[in-house]
Design a protein around this ligand. Structure first.
Ligand code: NAD
Ligand code: TDX
Length: 355
């Protein structure tokens, strides 16, 4: 039986990328297996993101913490593959309080690896795919790209915790022969992203007439990838990638933060029929993020050459689609814009405002 016909354990499937991946599998005619989704439902996990598949007979949700030995899941389900998304994912939160980043991203990954090693023993027809980030490679200057060969140089508690988990995953391949793969991906955007990340935050603030906080000089560069393109890359790696391999995944969409925020303002004006100036006048330069990496950019030629993957969307089209989704799905947005989110945002914004 191939992985596409078997049970896949998705960790963190109620988060932004994990939920998109689950939706993509149920839309993929090549996938005829089952999905078990384990998610703690932290502030970033939202079952509303999975409402349309909640009753699917091939889908099971388990509220659980990857830090609590997940081995019992293997006894209950015949798990053939793990796609490990669960993590604390927001750099600014890691600067304010790194604790959960260390325990979930490092210890949680270790617990999952141990469960896989002890339950799968020496099986080779299984796969542990670890979702990682380009941030583990640190910051680029004006030139060059990250590749699978780039040296590790993490500079925030978040990226250090992800780097640590990457090393553990690779160690389980070399030491125990666990069939792992790793992807290091650039910044994702798209529907159902928690509005603390740059793009959904700017859309929300602009719609509410609140300041659009651009850190530092706004010239930091990110390489944006639509989340559906990321899901397609993960599927290629899971089904065609070789054990022990790492794949760099990027959108070929480099843009500075200030240009991106201006583009959001322009597209919002087009989509709402309001003057662009209504939004762009809200742009406000605030105190920089400590240790703010200057530039990320990915050379994704390995996954293109070996597995035939490439990103399908331009940033402008993907962004327009994302804005339309955010305008059309106010229930989802309102449900996450409550409680802890507002406390975090107010505290964070006040802190950044103090120059
Ligand atoms: P997210 O914050 O939206 O979702 C994370 C999910 O993990 C949430 O549903 C949360 O409830 C769950 N979770 C957290 N701690 C848990 C625990 N201890 N046990 C079980 N579940 C737990 O994150 P995301 O943006 O969807 O990122 C998913 C993965 O992709 C992460 O590993 C992240 O490092 C990686 N990544 C993200 C991006 C990006 O741009 N967002 C880019 C590259 C890589
Ligand atoms: O209010 C803001 N103002 C601002 O200028 C926020 C939230 C961000 N920024 C800047 C910081 C970054 O240069 O925008 C850029 C993007 O910021 P984030 O959305 O916080 O993403 P980033 O820090 O680049 O990390 C993201 O991509 C890599 C994800 O959060 C990580 O999980 C992923 O690994």
């Amino acid at each position: 039986m191939s992985i596409s016909e078997s049970t896949i354990l998705v960790t963190g499937g109620a988060g932004f990328i994990g939920s998109s991946f689950i939706h993509s599998l149920f839309k993929n005619p090549a996938f005829t297996g089952r999905i078990v989704n384990i998610d703690l439902l932290t502030y970033a996990g939202n079952l509303a993101s999975l409402a349309s598949i909640a009753d699917n007979e091939y889908y099971t949700f388990i509220r659980g913490d990857i830090r609590d030995a997940p081995a019992k899941l293997f006894a209950e389900f015949d798990i053939r593959a793990i796609v490990h998304f669960a993590a604390e994912s927001h750099v600014d939160r890691s600067i304010v309080n790194p604790d959960d980043f260390i325990t979930t991203n490092i210890v949680g990954t270790y617990k999952l690896l141990e469960a896989a090693r002890t339950q799968w023993k020496d099986r080779k027809d299984v796969r542990f795919h670890h979702i990682s980030t380009d941030e583990v490679f640190g910051s680029l200057g004006k030139e060059g790209y990250f590749t699978e060969e780039s040296p590790y140089s993490p500079r925030s508690p978040y990226s250090a915790s992800k780097a640590s988990s990457d090393h553990l995953v690779r160690a389980y391949f070399h030491t125990y022969g666990l069939p792992i793969t790793i992807s290091n991906c650039s910044n994702n955007y798209g529907p159902r992203q928690f509005p603390e990340k740059l793009i959904p935050l700017m859309i929300e603030n602009a719609l509410e007439g609140k300041p659009l906080p651009v850190y530092g000089d706004g010239l930091n560069i990110r390489d944006w990838l639509h989340v559906d393109d990321h899901s397609a890359a993960v599927w290629k790696i899971l089904t065609l990638g070789n054990p022990g391999e790492t794949y760099a995944v990027g959108g070929n969409n480099e843009v500075s933060n200030i240009d991106l925020v201006r583009l959001v303002c322009r597209l919002l004006a087009e989509e709402t029929g309001r003057p662009e100036e209504n939004f762009s006048r809200l742009i406000s330069f605030v105190k920089d993020r400590p240790g703010h990496d200057r530039r990320y950019a990915i050379d994704a030629s390995k996954i293109t050459r070996e597995l035939g993957w490439q990103p399908s969307r331009t940033l402008t089209n993907g962004l327009r689609e994302t804005i339309r989704w955010q305008l059309a799905n106010r229930d989802w947005v309102d449900s996450v814009k409550s409680g802890e989110y507002l406390c975090w945002l107010n505290e964070n914004y006040l802190r950044r405002g103090e120059n």
